[in-house]
Design a protein around this ligand. Structure first.
Ligand code: CA
Length: 224
């Protein structure tokens, strides 16, 4: 899962990025509205944290443009204290949730998790497929009830597939959702990651769809 943070306060941006890194997300940061708008317009994010008071283009305008152009990723806005009008306007312009500054990083993480789950159609914080479980609250992965250690990239790959269970996901799509913009992306790495996940999870659950990509199928729905 990949998140865009648009925040001009460098200290807040750094704290948020570090918390999101730790929680297993790929994170891009933009420090003004123009750069933020460009990234949200051209990269497929699973969620966006958008400050409203931004240089060059303000946050509300950025949000309005994205929505006008049909971008439907979940957006959580950050608003200053005592500006309930901004909050209301933000929600009416298409924000999905908001937090007032100063905020607790834990709360930001919990709200983002919920937004990402909801937007991929998952109400339950426990994502499961066969004997695999991912608790989106703790980021723990269990196989048959036992904890499994995954690298950051393995975790992001599994998390994306679990959020989009039963969908066929191309290598390109996976690549775009597990790397930040500054990484050299190599879609050959995806094959390696998938194979490692299959080994660690002793699992045939991740199917290869030749020429199309990968599909996570619940064994009870698997015709093969
Ligand atoms: Ca600001």
């Amino acid at each position: 899962m990949r998140i865009l943070v648009v925040e001009d306060d460098t200290q807040i941006a750094r704290h948020v990025k570090s918390a999101l890194d730790k929680a297993g997300y790929a994170v891009d940061v933009a420090h003004d509205g123009e750069e933020g708008h460009f990234l949200g317009d051209t990269e497929p994010y699973d969620a966006v944290v958008l400050d409203l008071g931004l240089p060059v283009i303000d946050g509300l305008t950025v949000l309005r443009k994205w929505r006008q152009d049909g971008h439907s990723m979940p957006v959580l806005i950050l608003t200053a204290r005592n500006t309930w009008r901004d909050t209301v306007t933000g929600l009416r312009e298409g924000a999905d949730d908001y937090l007032k500054k100063p905020f607790e990083l834990e709360e930001l993480l919990a709200r983002l998790e919920a937004l990402i789950r909801r937007s991929s159609g998952n109400a339950n914080p426990l994502l499961t497929c066969g004997s695999i479980e991912l608790d989106t609250g703790t980021n723990r992965v269990l196989y048959e009830g036992f904890p499994v250690e995954l690298t950051a990239l393995e975790f992001r790959t599994l998390s994306y597939l679990l959020h989009h269970k039963e969908e066929v996901i191309s290598k390109t799509e996976l690549t775009e959702h597990i790397y930040g913009q500054d990484f050299d992306r190599d879609s050959n790495v995806i094959e390696v990651l998938i194979n490692r996940l299959r080994k660690k999870l002793c699992s045939q659950i991740i199917k290869t769809r030749r020429g199309l990509g990968y599909q996570l199928i619940d064994p009870q729905n698997d015709p093969s």
